[in-house]
Design a protein around this ligand. Structure first.
Ligand code: URA
Length: 241
């Protein structure tokens, strides 16, 4: 990995500002491979140098990847004058990193949302070429039927002209209200809601439960997040030198 200034490496963890990092170096609290760092301007390869502050490894990451269980009522945006965003749910050291959501969920939609500062991988993941399936658990008003499943599978064209790629509708329960898993190969605006409304079965609740091979962690509660593991980043193609 390319060498970087020590104050930049320290600040990239989100734990300290550049100014605080400079002060830590001055105070002799930063060790590189066991010896006190001479200057905050010195350049090091953060992938190979062992950097500690007060004896603790700084936990350097080139990029940050979080999995969040987005709760309802929160916007998938980085800032918005009108309401709380997913970034507001993070602690200050992560808010500083310039993270952004990978794609969007509607304000009232819950579930799996990835947050990162790795623009290139996020862009690739969202690109239609990548075909990352997204799976949603939906509750609807109205009884889902085999006809609905066939219409999803055939590829629907909505009245407003929106052409949808073939999608899967796995009916979990059917009655006055129904439950289903919807798998989309694309992510158009309000797509699940529009497709089910077009079948006369409006969505009453929606939660994203999977993106590609990455399921929403069942341990997470709405509003909680955790770091992706190395294996999960590999699954996404977000693990690189
Ligand atoms: N489809 C929707 O209708 N809403 C979402 O938030 C995601 C997919």
């Amino acid at each position: 990995m390319e060498k970087q200034r020590l104050d930049r490496i320290l600040a990239s963890t989100g734990k300290w500002s550049r100014r605080e990092a400079k002060l830590l170096v001055k105070q002799g609290r930063v060790l590189i491979d066991g010896s006190p760092a001479a200057s905050a301007e010195e350049k090091w390869d953060p992938a190979s140098a062992v950097i500690t502050v007060d004896g603790e490894d700084i936990g350097y990451r080139q990029f940050t990847w979080l999995m969040m269980y987005k709760p309802g009522g929160v916007l998938s945006a980085t800032e918005d004058g009108k309401g709380r965003t997913v970034i507001d749910l993070l602690p200050p050291e992560l808010r500083r990193l310039g993270l952004f959501p990978v794609g969007r969920l509607d304000k009232d939609t819950e579930g799996l949302l990835l947050l990162t500062d790795d623009g290139k991988t996020a862009h690739d993941l969202l690109s239609p070429r990548h075909h990352v399936d997204k799976v949603y658990y939906a509750r609807t008003a109205g009884c889902l039927t085999e006809d609905d499943r066939a219409a999803f599978r055939a590829g629907m064209t909505l009245r407003d002209g929106l052409r949808c790629l073939p999608a899967e509708l796995e009916i979990l329960s059917a009655g006055e209200t129904s439950e289903a898993l919807v798998t989309l190969r694309e992510g158009k605006f309000h797509q699940v809601k529009r497709m089910l409304s077009a079948r006369g079965k409006p969505v009453t609740y929606l939660r994203r439960v999977r993106m590609g091979n990455l399921p929403l962690d069942p341990e997470l509660m709405p509003g909680e997040y955790r770091f992706l593991t190395t294996e999960e980043r590999e699954i996404l193609g977000a693990e690189r030198d």
